[in-house]
Design a protein around this ligand. Structure first.
Ligand SMILES: Nc1ncnc2c1ncn2[C@@H]1O[C@H](COP(=O)(O)OP(=O)(O)OP(=O)(O)O)[C@@H](O)[C@H]1O
Length: 521
């Protein structure tokens, strides 16, 4: 059996012209399709059509009014999906060159077609010294220009952003823009769930400070919302169980359900294996690749869009880019390489590269051609990279899977560290059927008391959007308030999110209660 290395086809060009760029095209290889045709027993996973919930619509409405928003909510409540829609809206409001889309990690940034927050800000090393940070950004011409130009700044996966960093950026924004308002008048769109993975602490301190502990946090937003409708999972039992774990509650009933999913044997070899540590991920991927019959030759780079990926027929792979969203061929879709074929370009020339045909678990078969990744500065492409959008997927680290939706996963928690790993990993799967668990103990279900307090103290305010309060940052009642615009005239209502935890007896009723405050019409 042959093993192929598929490397970068071409890399980083600065100020790459957008001319000549075309959307990725796909050859519908009918002969391969018929060869690897979906068997009648294989279920094709159809992704539900997006219909924005009332909560999501209320956020879109606030953003369109120029408000700075903070969107939180449990895993799978559609935060990231909403952020991608918000970006389209912001592009119309401010023009694309003035909208900057960022996330705290490279992987999260890729999924929203943005850049990392550090790269946007112009920070190339870690420091919490505000003066040093300000000086280094000011010296970087491009970064200075970005801060001056930006009208709207999107930040996804805020749970991994440190409070000191958030405060420092706010100060940089004000000073570089020469505008005294919070964030120098930039419209902020921030999303994330603080119950998921936290900021990585500095080497010299183990003290985690969440962004919500930043001095400027409260005055940074006009509108805060906690999305409550879980859209990733539809099984009410799983939703309820995840809610408990998110809050660090280990209900005996939930525990016995989880234990029933603990098995030593990996019954489903097509399930992705999730591990807390990279070493285990590497080990499993290497072993499985070797098992397919070829000695391991080079160290695999397991990053998303790694420099080089070694694959062979039979390799389990995962897409790291959305190819055909409507057919479920999205970032996170897993499948198996069934054949490697030579590609023919438009002139009938056969380049040397062999390209994989992947049969996805949904039954779809696709010939995977190199895809382009762009680093965007506003609407301008400054660097591009073209390569096969696949990584090996027998195993993944829990950090890497944050933000993903998986049909099935074998989760090994035996070396879990930090209290967020159980919730972050379990909340990836769509249903209990896709869950295999090992190394799990009840003591692993813990939430950081600081995060629990943040959510416990959240109150919801129904503001009257007709009362002309939309342009000012809400400083009144700002003790972690979640502010929600309402169409109802002249009322201001506070609702304590403590009702958030659904009751075991009637979870549905509680969800309905929660929807009351987001219904706008
Ligand atoms: N309004 C909607 N209707 C139907 N599906 C939706 C809707 N919004 C989001 N989804 C789907 O729900 C799933 C979870 O969405 P998304 O990844 O945006 O959630 P998230 O809150 O960002 O999760 P995480 O915190 O785990 O990153 C995705 O498959 C997404 O396509």
């Amino acid at each position: 059996m042959k093993l192929f290395n598929i490397g970068i086809v071409f890399t980083a060009y600065r100020n790459f012209s957008t001319k000549g760029f075309r959307k990725p095209s796909f050859l519908s290889y009918s002969k391969y399709k018929s060869k690897y045709k979906t068997s009648s027993t294989m279920q094709t996973v159809r992704r539900p059509k997006i219909q924005w919930t009332e909560e999501q619509k209320s956020v879109l409405s606030s953003v369109s009014q120029g408000k700075s928003v903070f969107i939180t909510g449990a895993a799978g409540t559609g935060k990231t999906k909403l952020v991608t829609e918000i970006v389209k809206l912001l592009n119309k409001l401010h023009t694309p060159s003035k909208v900057f889309v960022t996330a705290s990690t490279g992987l999260a940034a890729i999924s929203i077609k943005g850049q990392t927050l550090h790269s946007f800000a112009g920070i190339h090393y870690h420091t919490n010294d505000p003066k040093l940070l300000y000086d280094s950004i000011k010296c970087c011409k491009r970064a200075y220009w970005r801060w001056r130009k930006v009208k709207a700044l999107v930040m996804d996966e805020i749970s991994m952003v440190d409070a000191r960093f958030f405060d420092n950026l706010e100060r940089v924004a004000r000073e570089l823009r020469g505008v005294g308002e919070t964030w120098g008048g930039i419209q902020l769109v921030v999303a994330g769930d603080f119950f998921q993975l936290p900021p990585i602490p500095d080497n010299d301190s183990l003290d985690v400070k969440y962004a919500f502990e930043a001095d400027c946090w409260k005055e940074s937003f006009d509108f805060m919302i906690e999305l409550t409708k879980i859209l990733r999972q539809s099984d009410p039992r799983l939703i309820e169980l995840l809610q408990g774990i998110r809050m660090g509650k280990s209900d005996p009933e939930d525990l016995s359900i989880l234990k029933s999913y603990c098995s030593k044997t990996k019954s489903d070899p097509s399930a992705v294996q999730l591990f807390p540590r990279k070493q285990n991920v590497k080990k499993v991927n290497e072993e499985r690749l070797k098992k397919l019959g070829k000695a391991w030759m080079k160290q695999l780079n397991q990053g998303i869009a790694p420099d080089e990926v070694s694959i062979c027929v039979g390799a389990r792979v995962m897409l790291v880019k959305n190819l055909r969203t409507c057919k479920g061929l999205v970032n996170g879709a897993t499948g198996t390489v069934v054949e490697l074929v030579k590609s023919v370009d438009a002139d009938g020339v056969c380049p040397d590269n062999l390209l994989p045909i992947v049969k996805f678990d949904s039954g779809k078969v696709l010939w995977i051609k190199p895809q382009e990744w762009h680093v965007m500065v506003g609407n301008k492409i400054v660097a591009t990279r073209k390569q096969i959008p696949l990584i090996l997927a027998w195993a993944l680290s829990i950090h890497k899977c944050q933000g993903m939706t998986l049909d099935k996963a074998y989760i090994n928690l035996s070396r879990a560290f930090g209290c967020r790993m159980v919730y972050t990993s379990l909340s990836r799967v769509r249903s209990m059927d896709g869950l295999h668990l090992s190394g799990f103990t009840a003591s692993m279900i813990r939430a950081d008391p600081k995060v629990s307090d943040f959510y416990r103290n959240i109150t919801l305010q129904h503001n009257n959007k007709d009362q002309g309060n939309s342009s000012t940052k809400s400083t009144e009642n700002s003790s972690s308030n979640i502010t929600c615009a309402s169409g109802k005239a002249g009322t201001a209502m506070f609702l304590d999110l403590r009702i958030h935890k659904s009751t075991k007896t009637n979870p549905k009723l509680e969800w309905e209660n929660l929807f009351n405050w987001t219904k706008l019409s």
